[in-house]
Design a protein around this ligand. Sequence first.
Ligand code: ARG
Length: 575
Amino acid sequence: MQKYKSIIAREITKLLETVKEADIETLIEYPPNPEMGDLSLPCFKLSKQLRKPPQAIAEELKSRMKPDGVERIEAVSGYLNFYLDGARFASSVIGEALARGERYGSRNIGEGGKVVIDYSSPNIAKPFHIAHLRSTVIGNALYRIHDFLGFDCVGVNHLGDWGTQFGKLIVAYRQWGDETAVDEGGIDELLRLYVKFHEEAERDPSLEDEARGWFVRMEHGDEEALALWRRFVDISMAEFTRIYELLGVSFDSYAGESFYNGRMDPVVAELREKALLEADKGAWLVRLDAYDMPPALILKKDGSSLYHTRDITAALYRKETYDFRKAIYVTDYAQNLHFAQWFKVVELMGYGWAKDLVHVPFGRVSLEGASLSTRRGNVLKLEDVLNQAIAKTREIMESRPQPIADIETVSRQVGVGAVIFHDLGSGRIKDIDFKWEDVLNFEGESGPYVQYTHARACSVLAKAGAAGLALSEIGQAPDEAALAALPINEATLRLAKELSLFGERVELAMRKLEPSIVARCLVDLAQAFNRFYHECRIMAEADGVRTARLALVQAAKLTLANGLRLIGLEAPEQI
Ligand code: ARG
């Protein structure tokens, strides 16, 4: 489809010398229904510039154009509508999909440029909750999408493993904790201690000072403090690792906040040298009044570092280590100000690459209407969510007359897919109210629906294989003549269009940093496939038509699999 956009834009530019090709290309739309053409130019958008009524522009262009591959042009109510030569279009799409296979839809936009993606980044000693799931799945999808488009990605899990909260936990552990309870209870027990700290500190504010003291000891390398801290890290990492395995997510680096302990002094010195640091009641900060922002705190009164200090240090480290072209940070929008502040500080330090730092915010998650808070212990644990989704999938699958062989693996793939898709499916900035009912609804626009459609395509191809059709016949490598036998009807054309839009949508998802664009595109593709499947016979057709339709099924199957992979879902062949 995109190719036709450029062909048409080029021809129009030649005819109307005063317009720019790129402008025309962006004006061309894909009409919502095929009666209005396969591509359309809204001429009223040119009317002012050309000083002519839209319909006159449309009619003039219509009479003078003959773009290659376009069968018919209509000028209707100021729109110039183009109707493609369906057979030619469909066979070129299928041919390209089959030829490129797993790479279908990819483009080398990145040319190997480095992109550092900071995502997931849960906090040690706190449960991995549903908000971290959003960061994990959005970040993972952005990683895969950039990789598919030729970027060299570095996935960083910037673990929240440093900060005053560890001082609090040490105080709580020493007063109310015990070793066996922590061994047995894991993060749940650490969370109980953390919540207790906050309850007690309300009555006895001196606990807060004590906690700060312990964090200062950690920053100074005190062994007793660090030994406790290390235990908290190990317990948490064991749980996080289990979740990442379930989700199929991995990272290139686990350099979290603690990694920058010992690396911050030179950065603080640099801020001071560049006259950015200002003393304020014993603390040190960078004023940002000129940019309408509160100051960025760099050092506390007791000399300890803050979240800002560690992020600035990490950015300098990453620039030096990876020389990134773009550094992406995926967190909820509650951190918008935090990122705006320290991005500005890096800019004020004189680093031109500050413009390459990108915050990708997403909406918050509430649980059946109530907000989630670690401090009050109201958390939704991701592991429970995933396990329930897997159990429900298994139940559905077991209730079938003929359950499939590897039910364990497939329930995991589909159950986890449901949760990931629920999180990715709508625009990332939207708040999500987490309702079990929605997550476990596998009908309609859901991950399982797309996965199921992929499995349906696989089963069509498997049946063809079982019926003894040669490999070339089941659509692995049909030649042009074979594809020319494809009968063109509305369902077929729509499926071919969805297939052809795939690469364009992936690129848009990358530019907008919005994986939901790929998720939506998969739902459209699945719907188009299912319509084709219901309306067009395959195996009952004569040889030529059957082969061409099988090739289309194969193209749809591999495109669905590519898209699922890009958003972090698996594509089982049987469900
Ligand atoms: N650990 C933080 C949190 O859970 C997210 C860290 C995001 N990354 C960063 N470089 N600040 O809120």
